[in-house]
Design a protein around this ligand. Sequence first.
Ligand code: SAH
Length: 257
Amino acid sequence: MATQRPSFPVRLTSTASAATRGRMPAVPFKPMVPTTPSMASAAVRARMVQKLTAQGVSDPRVLRAMSAVERHGFVDSALVNQAYEDTSLPIGLGQTISKPSVVARMIELLLGAPALAGKPQDKLGRVLEIGTGCGYQAAVLNHVASEVYSIERLRGLHERARLNLRPFRLATVHLMLGDGMIGYAKGAPYAGIIAAAGGEAVPQAWIDQLAVGGRIVAPTHSASGGQALVVIDKTPRGLERLILEAVHFVPLKSGIA
Ligand code: SAH
C-alpha cells in the first residue's frame, strides 16, 4: 500500500505513480509549472513554512526540517491534498498526525533545552519520541537530533511508520514497539523527550531517563480539565517546570495493542 501511494499533488494515477518511481510516465503528459510533483510539493511546503514563520516559529533548524520532510508521504492517499494544511489528519486506528504548527512549536521548544542555550546552530543529542504514529515527527526530529528513538504502542502504526520511513534509510531513527510510558532505558540519557500523546502527568521514567541539561515537551492534563503543553528542564539545581498553551492530543495509554 505505502509504496503505491501517489505523489503530491495527485495528478493522473498513471503519471503520478510512474513519477514516484522516478521513471518516465507511460502516457506522455504536458508538464505544467512546477514541472514535477516533488517541485510542486516543495512549493506547497515552502508556503507552509512561511505560515509557520508568521505564526511565530523562528528557529532556522526547525524551519529547515519542516521544509525538508514531505508530510504528504505520511498520510493516506485520500488525504494527500490536505497534507500541508495546518490540520491534524487521521492516520488509522483512531490516531492522528499532529498539525504542522504543533510539531514545529514542540520541536522548537525541545531545541530550547538548557544544554543548547546559546548554541543556535547545534543539533540535540539523543531524543526519545513517545507515539511514533505514522513516523512524520520522527522524520522531522531526525533533522535536529543526532539520534531519534521513537516508541509506538500500536503494532499497526509501528509497522506503518516503518514502511513510511523505509525509503529514507534513516540510520539514526530507531522505531520501537512498546509502552512509551516506561520510556526506553536502553537509549537513555536523552537530551530531549517529546510526547505526541497526553496523559495525567509526565511519567517518572521520562524524568529519570532525561539527561541533565535536557528537556521534556509533552501534553498533560491541565487543572481546567483540558490539556496543556508542559516543558520540564532537568538542571543541576533540579527540575524546572513550565505550563504553556492548551493543546489537543490523543490520550497516552499504557500497554501494547
Ligand atoms: N508523532 C506522530 C503522532 C501520532 S499520534 C506522527 O507524527 O504521526 C500519537 C501516538 O501516540 C498514537 O499513535 C498512539 O498510539 C501513541 N501512543 C499513545 N500512548 C502511547 C504509549 N504509552 N506508548 C507509545 N505510544 C503511545
